[in-house]
Design a protein around this ligand. Sequence first.
Ligand code: S3P
Length: 446
Amino acid sequence: MSEPKNSPADTIRIAPVGRLRGDFQLPGDKSISHRSALFAAIGSGVSKLSNYSSARDCGSTLDCLEALGVKIEREPELIVIEGAGLNGLRPSGRALDAGNSGSTIRMLSGILAGQHFTTVITGDESIQRRPMRRIIDPLTLMGAHIEAREGNFAPLKIHGGALKAIEYAPPVASAQVKSCALLAGLFADGVTTVIEKTPTRNHTEVMMRECGAAIEITKTEEGERISVEGRAPLGALGDYTVAGDLSSAAFFIVAGLVAPDAELRLRHIGINPSRTALMDSLRLIGARIEIENPRIAHGEPVADIVVRSSELKGDLELSGPIIANLIDEIPILAIAGARLDGTLLIRDARELRVKESDRIRSIVDNLRRMGIEVEEFDDGLRLKGGQQLRGAQVDSFDDHRIAMSFAVAGLIAEGETEIVNAGAASVSLPEFYGLLAASGAKIEYR
Ligand code: S3P
């Protein structure tokens, strides 16, 4: 096997692993990194962001902000952003490119709707297939005018302007939609309220508080009401360290559980309860996951996570509101499911069909290639555990989380697993294969 590199070639081969050991910190949370850049840009004063995510997606957010005239210095360990203030963005001379990043296009659109100029924003092929009506609807109600292909797809041409505050209950459980409306609310006249029936990650709300926005959250029978006052100046984030990414940690958590003779320690990881359903669910089936040194940093809970090889036993049935909490972790959960002595059933996860790839299809297709019997539903899958994964050629379908999930599958498969388009992992974690190899995995780059 050749030496592991940090930037993988497009096809990799991964061999079954005998032992896995690691103790490391992961780059910053992707969701929090996007938000830290957006808030730093529209706040006042200088923000210095440490442990900003190395994900290609988070680079796309910085590129778009620069195109809007925001001054950004990218040092190796630090991103320094000079806040332009709520009214300081400038028209971009070209269309903004969100790349593969749904968070970038959907959240930034909220800010663009509040500008007194027109912006075109688009992204790669996958972004141009993903639904945007979910953000167009609330922004239109607020008074923005948005042109989109078939009224639903990027490129989006956003004619911003004076916005009015609205009360809005998104029909889909989506943190991106909630955040888009709340960010637009910062530019609106009056108090904008988002009513969330199913809770989703709350990093926007936490960060709004950190920046001094007037945000109020109340629990009611119809759900959580999140209200923000518009046109009030935002402070800087200042010196801000982004917590490590729990959704990236998820691949190492499952690897540590299913690989033989494994112990992995992941330091300074964000453990916001709106993101911990994967760990909670895995614990129910016997996962040995320990949380050490829990603390709060910038309003976000963080801790060190230690995982050890575990016998996974029992049935795991996930449906309803918990799905939103682990939506990004379902691909890697399916790999744990293949190891489970019991049945894994996922329902109510239709949203997976409109992620970076159709993730239900991608998971089912790759699992079948690896010899696993799996039932596909419109909104999920059922997988009888105790089956043996067999090395095969699988595809990332240009989806970072599919690439990383099947690399973990390769660790416990019989024989070698080849992943085509494995480089997609860089969209969220360019360091992934390097860290896995440093922990003991044998990875060959083709
Ligand atoms: C994200 C929200 C989720 C998640 C995505 C990041 C965010 O998307 O899947 O990876 O940062 O707000 P949806 O809002 O579409 O559910």
